[in-house]
Design a protein around this ligand. Structure first.
Ligand SMILES: *Cc1c(COP(=O)(O)O)cnc(C)c1O
Length: 255
């Protein structure tokens, strides 16, 4: 008999292989900054990436974060997920890693994202070309100038502009550029940009993913080979904060 694949509500509850050592059906929040090891060799195995395990919470190496990331990977149908302490932290990591050769931002975007792109990142030499909503047909021409990341929201915050993920991805890929979609407003319930051709998807989980105005968190998701390079920078840029991690996991995992 063909087994029916789990729907998103089932994935939200059972989308992780991380289980409690004592069999608790709800994974406890690992309210700890660091973890002890039997010996130095065991610590180095995790620190050097030979074995996946809990080590230090800022690195994201904490079972609560593993469970959150696995659950989100499952709901999104992605290869991997990286959780952050806010949507802005997620976008900063994404642009710092993949925007170095230039970014094209299509349409309007969240005010914080606009400020990040126009002011903070441009001061660091990461430049963005902005295309207004009715200028999407100029994307091909702009990409000829060399930018390697196309970023947009759909629907956008706050103007609710809608963009065609598949069409933009087709144009971007012809130029060897990656496509990142901020899917905060749609949420994976209504739209899965990776399935439409995007390479990366980012979220402010503070909004509809959290859903109850009691969580500040963010994500970047995509294929393993695109998420892996983000992890190194994320270790030292402070991607998770102890307090927000606890809050985000209560909100996103336990209901
Ligand atoms: C709120 C929001 C962000 C920023 O998220 P924070 O969690 O507040 O840092 C980014 N993008 C969109 C579309 C948003 O609505």
């Amino acid at each position: 008999m063909k087994q029916k694949s789990a729907g998103q509500s089932t994935q939200a509850i059972h989308g992780t292989s991380i289980t409690d050592a004592h069999g608790a059906p709800h994974l406890p929040v690992y309210n700890t900054t660091t973890f002890a090891f039997e010996n130095t060799a065991a610590l180095l195995d995790v620190a050097d990436g030979r074995r996946k395990g809990a080590l230090y919470t800022r690195y994201g190496l904490n079972p609560t974060i593993f469970a959150l990331e696995e659950t989100m990977t499952s709901i999104e149908g992605a290869g991997s997920a990286l959780a952050f302490c806010s949507g802005m932290a997620a976008e900063t990591a994404l642009f710092a890693q993949y925007g170095r050769e230039g970014i094209v931002c299509v349409g309007d975007a969240y005010g914080g994202t606009m400020e990040l792109l126009t002011t903070q990142l441009s001061q660091l030499g990461i430049t963005t070309t902005f295309l207004l909503g009715d200028e999407v047909d100029r994307l091909d021409e702009v990409l000829r100038g060399g930018p390697k990341l196309v970023f947009f929201e759909t629907p956008t915050n706050p103007a609710l502009g809608i963009y065609d993920v598949a069409a933009i991805a087709e144009t971007a890929h012809r130029h060897g550029a990656l496509v990142a979609v901020d899917n905060t407003f749609a949420s994976p319930v209504n739209q899965r940009p990776l399935a439409l051709g995007a390479d990366l998807v980012s979220y402010s989980a503070t909004k509809y993913l959290g859903g109850h105005s009691d969580v500040t968190a963010g994500f970047v998701l995509g294929a393993d080979e695109l998420i892996e390079p983000l992890k190194r920078g994320a270790r030292v840029s402070g991607r998770v904060s102890h307090r927000s991690r606890q809050r985000c996991c209560r909100g996103a995992c336990a209901h």
